[in-house]
Design a protein around this ligand. Structure first.
Ligand code: WQD
Length: 336
């Protein structure tokens, strides 16, 4: 069974590619390297010991995407490709709508043309907006507080409309909480271009001396220590959830959303303390003002994925920090 992995050179996509190859799937991968590096492809092949076809292509290029479906017996798609920085999306919304939505529409049109109707879609907990209550279940109200989140929400609606028009589609929507960590080999990990938007790569770059200190966005939230609480999940747990979803849609038509989280919340200071304990490096930090758009507390109710996908996150925060530290200390400047 050949799986097309879009955005396969990215942080989540690369870990998913390794998991797919380890499970015996054949994959075809595409990426435009807008937020990833060519070297990842070599490292995926090195880690998995498997080969696969890679295309440097943009999802916006209908003809080239169509050609890939002509050349390969693709049976399903794991769709990771997309821009994903909340703050950036506020500044360049048209780029986010064009890239994320038009790109997905082109992918879906080509899938339909080639009668490929199994899709695992990378969504995000950001579609819950500012949650009214925690833990968050899939039935919680959906809203978005930024263009990035709105692209995810709109794509989810597009997928539901697509199924209404043709109920042979088999779609799993996976809503990620906060993926962190890295493959145990230390050969791949979160390697963002420029200044990291997300907290874990920022902390790990402080630990290797690439950044002077962490700026903590607000310590006046209504939480145990005043800092924001999130549901951090190991990226390998996350991608194992994708394999379970791929197996699920083999036997189920419809559109089903699943939260991929641990169900536990940790504050910024909890994370800093744990990372220091693991790395034995002090992480200097300074409290600054809240970041616009941030919510105080966000963590999952993961019961639906546990029951229906038979999936449950296995790694704890200590292991997430250990694996991040191994990756970052072996690749202090990431790689190009
Ligand atoms: C986590 C906590 C910050 C950086 C976003 C997207 C989500 C997903 C994951 C794509 C918060 C605090 C952060 C820093 C800080 N992305 N923080 N200093 O905002 O929960 O989620 O990334 O799919 O869709 O919304 O993640 O890592 O940016 O922030 O204090 O330099 O760390 O305030 O409490 P977030 P994050």
């Amino acid at each position: 069974m050949t799986v097309l992995v879009t955005g396969g050179a990215g942080y989540i996509g690369s870990h998913a590619a390794i998991e797919l190859l380890n499970c015996g799937y054949d994959i075809v991968m595409l990426d435009n390297f807008s937020n990833s590096k060519k070297e990842v492809i070599n490292r995926i092949k090195e880690i998995s010991g498997k080969d696969f076809t890679f295309y440097e292509v943009d999802l916006l290029d209908y003809d080239r995407i169509n050609e890939i479906f002509k050349q390969h017996p693709i049976e399903s798609v794991m769709h990771f490709a997309g821009l994903k920085a909340v703050g950036e999306s506020v500044n360049i919304p048209l780029t986010y709508y064009h890239n994320n939505i038009t790109g997905t529409l082109i992918l879906l049109r080509v899938m339909k043309k080639h009668n490929v109707k199994k899709l695992v879609f990378s969504s995000s907990a950001t579609v819950y907006g500012n949650p009214k209550q925690v833990p968050i279940s899939e039935t919680a109200p959906l809203s978005a507080t930024n263009p990035y989140g709105r692209t995810k929400l709109m794509i989810e609606e597009i997928l539901r409309d697509l199924y209404i028009s043709d109920n042979t589609w088999r779609i799993a929507i996976l809503r990620y909480f906060n993926p962190i960590g890295a493959h145990k080999s230390g050969r791949i990990g979160e390697n963002p271009n420029g200044v990291p938007n997300n907290i874990m790569p920022f902390i790990s770059q402080v630990a290797v001396g690439k950044r002077e200190k962490l700026y903590v966005f607000g310590n006046d939230y209504d939480t145990h220590d005043g800092t924001g609480i999130r549901d951090y999940i190991h990226v390998v747990d996350l991608v194992k959830g994708h394999i379970k979803a791929l197996e699920y849609i083999k036997h189920h038509t419809g559109v089903e959303a699943f939260n991929l989280g641990t169900g536990k919340g940790y504050s910024v200071l909890d994370l800093v303390k744990k990372f220091s304990e693991v790395s034995k490096v002090r992480i200097p930090y300074e409290f600054t003002s809240r970041r616009p758009g941030d919510v105080a507390i966000c963590y999952a109710n993961p019961e639906k994925a546990e029951k229906i996908l038979n999936w449950k996150a296995q790694y704890n925060l200590h292991e997430m920090c250990e694996d991040t530290w191994r990756w970052q200390s072996q690749n202090p400047n990431g790689f190009d």
